[in-house]
Design a protein around this ligand. Sequence first.
Ligand code: PHE
Ligand code: ZN
Length: 795
Amino acid sequence: MAATDKPVEKFRKDYKPSPYLISTVHLDFQLNEESTLVQSKLRIVPNHAESSPVSLFLNGHADVVLESIRVNGADLEASHYAADAQGLTIKSGLPSGEWDLEIATRIKPQENTSLEGLYRSGGMFCSQCEAEGFRHITYFLDRPDVMAKYTSRIEADKAKYPVLLSNGNLVDQGDLEGGRHFTVWEDPFVKPCYLFALVAGDLAVQEDTFRTMSGKDVALRIYTDAHNTSKVAFAMQSLKRAMKWDEETFGLEYDLDLFNIVAVDDFNMGAMENKSLNLFNSRLVLATPDTATDADFGRIEGVVGHEYFHNWTGNRVTCRDWFQLTLKEGLTVYRDQEFSADLNSRGVKRVEDVARLRAAQFPEDAGPLAHAIRPDSVIKMDNFYTATVYEKGAEVVRLYEALLGRAGFRAGLDLYFARHDGGAVTCDDFRAAMADASGADLGGLEGWYARAGTPRVEVGVEHDAGAGTLTVTATQAPPVLTAREGGVTTAGQAMLRQAVLRLEHQRQTWVFERVPARPVPSVLRGFSAPVRLTFKAHALALPDLAELVPEVPGADPLLLHHVREAAARALAAALRPELERAARDNSDPPGAPYEFEAGACARRALKNAALGALARLGGEGVTQDLLARFRAATNMTDEAAALAALDRIGGKVRQEALDAFYAKWKHEPLVLLKWIAMQAASNLPGNTAAVRTLMQHEAVKLSNPNTCYSLFLAFARSPVNFHAADGSGYEFMADSVLQIDQINHQVAARMVGVFNSWRNYDAERGALMTAALRRMASANGISANVYEIVTKALP
Ligand code: PHE
Ligand code: ZN
């Protein structure tokens, strides 16, 4: 265990308001190649709600070197304060009332591989402060309920870093001696420090404007490396659509004159909603038809929307403490899901979201890391950006909508903003606003915030032909308030009756009158997938192994894999003519332009699913067809799908296709992520050795999180190699976790997650997986991030 990273468990019930607040923050950054000097001037305000405190503790980190400290303009004597790896305590000499605290710290962004705080990516400086990264920059009250107004001055070499950005409005800039220059930014809105951002680099910009509903023009700017400017048009269009959609759907208007997005290559997460300066993982901004798939375009649209929507749900109203994370994330995921549904096919979007919930969140909720959407305790907050907090959180928000209706939901949200704008609040405050705006009793929703696990609901239906009644009975365990649209149709016909069923107790019954013929009930509408034309591609897919494993106690993953493959092959053989027709009829004529549009995406998805199924049958005809398609593809959706199909065929064509793909795309790191993932996930026997070799490839940079995810998380999806009976896959993974933990704790902790499911497997594999977990747990110097996941996973 690193001395700086003592794993301390923190509890939600221990929340106490901060004894001090901060009203204004003035930051000054002197960026240099060897180190960065950070000077911060804080206006400290006692929080009078509390009894008068004697000392002030500011969070910090071992990487932060204290240079000087002044109180009301005078140097503070060394006897008054103490600094360690956790922070800075001012023990005595504190003035009463409001006062100024000036702190100078020195940091080394160029040595920061954790990618939190201030760090280097490529040639630029950038920051990541959520959840607790600001303390890696300077000593501060690093908690979301301390909200202040920020002014930030950035100074750097002008030739190397012509672009200097921070939050809010640019209020001053100029040249300095020695080839240096500066900018000053002022953010008029109060914010917690996790929304602070800084960028300095030699970046190219693409500009556009958006006129808001009240007639204000907002400058929109997307910054990238110069060679990527041609790849931001889609993100820009998505941003403008998101701005318009939020006005039309929720009456929410943008509140500053500019909105910046910066693409960052080395980024732990997807993207970050810093006030007016969103930072994005490059893979979620950069896209052209030839480099990005339909799925990539869909994700970009959704995430650009997501980060933009945070401006209201997250930034204008933020979280009181990190246990409330779902307050902003569940709500904002719900909003981005609705945005994508309105722009594309609502049905397909819902099927995708539910599939994701079932594949990622249900297992999490049934595993050793199960937690409520509002967790009760946490060691490292970074470990709680989970499918539960995000996706299940969004489903809970969807419950409000189901219970209150669209108009009631909107009224609740309006009241939430009216009450809490500029504040840091809790999930209870959200529920209260929703309830008060509509007068509804929403107390039954509390259970969703308090308890982990997926409730089981069983529905029975009885039709009495004589009386013409239909009785629907639902039982659930444990009982919590749920509501889903339910309906009944006559077989194959239009909807007969529809109602929102409010399920609150362990057992409930509804009687529908005047139902003459035996109907087909459709409960949980919108949660289960009615199969229509656009669903065909989804209907073609067999359940994922991740979904099958929990259904089979003591599963042998290899056996399950072979059974699934055999079933898929048999299905393909039986459906061969239909598959061939689907592939032929949905192929674009040569030269057809690519369009990201629901119908076109659905046709490509169906065609490529059919080709993937045909690849299972192999044979010269199929192989030649796939090769021809691979070579002729004019968009990445088709090119990557053809490559995946050839990968399935294996042998010489597989290797030739992989080599050709590399030769074509070796200058596009984002495209190479697909190439890496495909090789890492291969089920070729003995592929673990090939993956070890791949780690040495010039395209593989282990300090880049995207590369690690494509390499290691993809490897863990291979039943043949990750779950190899001799334990070699687990060994490799554990070695890799320990290696990556030396570089980046957050990425390493995510990698450990692949061992969480060990209880689902046969005894031999369970033993091998827990042995790997034990080896990681007892390794020297593991981070608190890895420690938390490993120890929770162990029995
Ligand atoms: N708040 C980001 C989002 O969901 C996610 C994130 C968390 C990014 C922590 C970076 C660090 O939009
Ligand atoms: Zn978010």
